[in-house]
Design a protein around this ligand. Structure first.
Ligand code: BTN
Length: 262
């Protein structure tokens, strides 16, 4: 089968966001598989509109245009598939075994080394245009890293060749994407589950206005998070922000007034 992901790669120095560069190519009718890679972004972004900033030439920053022929409701699984691909490449290139934090983070030693962002839109005939963005901290130094983040250089104590990592990543993603489309968006998630971070730990999941605490059980076949709640029920959560540790329970002001008098 001919190559899709990385069939054409555009290398840029500084851009706003590679997501926007690919969105413009998509709007102009570009075929799937094209990749925009940048040395630096001035308006790089992550999930929930968070800022994604990396020093010039330190990271792999790439966005890929995809037009997957899968049911739209299965598109969310693409980011899990991409997470496995990123983790496998890191392991193959460095020997370090990363973990995957639901839904889209790649961790080394409990710190984020890579993030994945998927945006999508449906056209009038039901076709999907998706943009898969990947940011991988490669040679970022400790002083340059955001709190809670790490890089491959920090984790391994040596620099890594970004071009080699990019080539490995596009190869791996090309195979993973072909399979994803072949199985109509119902991938085998055992590779994700094997690497899942925080399973068995007390966690908090914030989903819009709702915050739930419980023990992380893992994910189901649709990629939803399974959380064992204190009342014995299992919550199935399709979107949200997962953090380590139990939620902080707000103190009841009346009770605390009474106890402070005792
Ligand atoms: C996240 O962890 O929230 C996702 C981060 C995704 C960052 C990448 S870097 C390349 C691409 N361009 C962006 O603006 N974002 C993604």
């Amino acid at each position: 089968m001919s190559r899709v992901v990385g069939r054409r790669i555009i290398f840029r120095d500084v851009v706003g966001s590679t997501m926007d560069e690919v969105a413009a190519l998509a709007a102009a009718g570009e075929a799937e598989g094209i990749v925009v890679v940048a040395e630096q972004q001035t308006a790089g972004r992550g999930r929930a509109d968070r800022i994604w900033e990396t020093p010039h030439g330190s990271a792999v920053l790439a966005s890929i245009l995809l037009r997957p022929l899968v049911p739209p409701e299965r598109l969310g699984l693409l980011s899990l598939v991409a997470g496995v691909a990123v983790a496998e490449v890191i392991e193959q290139a460095t020997g370090v075994v990363p973990a995957l934090k639901w839904p889209n983070d790649v961790w080394i030693d409990g710190r984020k080394v890579a993030g994945i962002l998927v945006t999508s839109r449906l056209d009038q005939s039901g076709g999907i245009t998706a943009i898969l963005g990947i940011g991988l901290n490669v040679n970022t130094t400790p002083a340059e890293l955001a709190p809670g983040a790490t890089s491959l250089a920090v984790a391994t104590g040596r620099p890594h060749e970004r071009a080699v990592l990019l080539a490995m990543l596009l190869d791996r993603l090309d195979r993973a994407y072909a399979t994803f489309v072949e199985v109509r968006g119902c991938p085998d998630l055992s590779g994700w589950s094997r690497r899942a971070a925080l399973v068995g730990d007390l966690v908090t999941v914030t989903d819009g206005e709702r915050t739930r605490a419980g023990t992380l059980l893992g994910i189901d076949h649709t990629g939803a998070l399974l959380l064992a709640e204190p009342d014995g029920t299992t919550a199935r959560i399709v979107a949200g922000e997962l953090t380590r540790g139990p939620a902080l329970i707000p103190v009841c002001s009346r009770q605390s007034a009474v106890s402070s008098q005792q």
